[in-house]
Design a binder for this molecule. Structure first.
Ligand code: HEM
Length: 187
């Protein structure tokens, strides 16, 4: 066990040393880069940036940057099918529910946030805000949630009621959502 700890500590030191100015591996992000990442849209749309898109516009981006992993129609990529984006509506009570954006996710703005931060998986954060709006519009269109030419932007996106919106109930645990008291913060 001590050998493992020693190896882990040594590895951590190596990483820290590599990032020191001496070895100039990596760099401090610029304020613009931090600002570009610093987006957390709330379910009511607060925090969504400017931009817009339709599923027709999303199709072009998706075919180049998403279809190879999620399938041409969002059915999921590779065998066994993984990460489907479409389908499964009404299957949540089944022994093998198909959880997708269309069948499971409660808020439209969370889908925007996830695609903006995490996708494409191999190049996260490289989509423009217009591309994210158009890709979300495509995913919603493929799930029958919006029309093909419906424009999604910071105003229209939060107004979309997701099919499984009512599948989620407020967390009734006493301390959820309650700001920790000053005393607890000090603990
Ligand atoms: C236009 C590009 C893309 C879009 C719009 C997109 C969208 C999404 C969405 C909405 C999810 C969440 C699915 C869910 O949990 O219900 C997801 C998950 C995932 N995507 Fe993508 N994706 C894109 C590109 C890619 C690419 C290129 C890859 C592979 C290199 C990829 C691999 C994955 C994987 C593995 C997951 C599951 C992640 C997990 O469960 O933690 N995606 N994607």
């Amino acid at each position: 066990m001590w050998l493992l700890r020693y190896a882990a500590a040594a590895a951590m030191c190596a990483v820290l040393v590599a990032q020191s100015p001496k070895y100039s591996v990596g760099r401090t992000p610029t304020p613009e880069e931090i600002r570009a990442m610093d987006i957390t849209p709330a379910p009511d749309g607060t925090g969504l940036p400017d931009g817009r898109g339709t599923s027709a516009e999303g199709r072009e981006v998706y075919s180049r940057r998403g279809a190879r992993c999620h399938g041409a129609k969002g059915e999921g990529g590779d065998e066994p099918k993984q990460s489907p984006l479409v389908g499964g509506r009404g299957s949540l009570k089944n022994p093998k529910p198909l959880k997708t954006v269309g069948s499971y996710w409660p808020y439209s703005t969370t889908v925007w946030d996830y695609v903006n931060r995490a996708m494409p998986l191999d190049r996260p954060g490289t989509l423009t805000h217009n591309q994210v709006y158009s890709l979300v519009a495509l995913i919603f269109y493929m799930n029958g949630i919006v029309g093909e030419n419906e424009v999604l932007d910071a105003k229209t996106l939060p107004q979309i009621k997701m099919p499984n919106r009512d599948g989620f109930v407020p967390d009734s645990r006493p301390d959820v959502g309650v700001k920790p008291s000053a005393k607890r913060r000090k603990q």
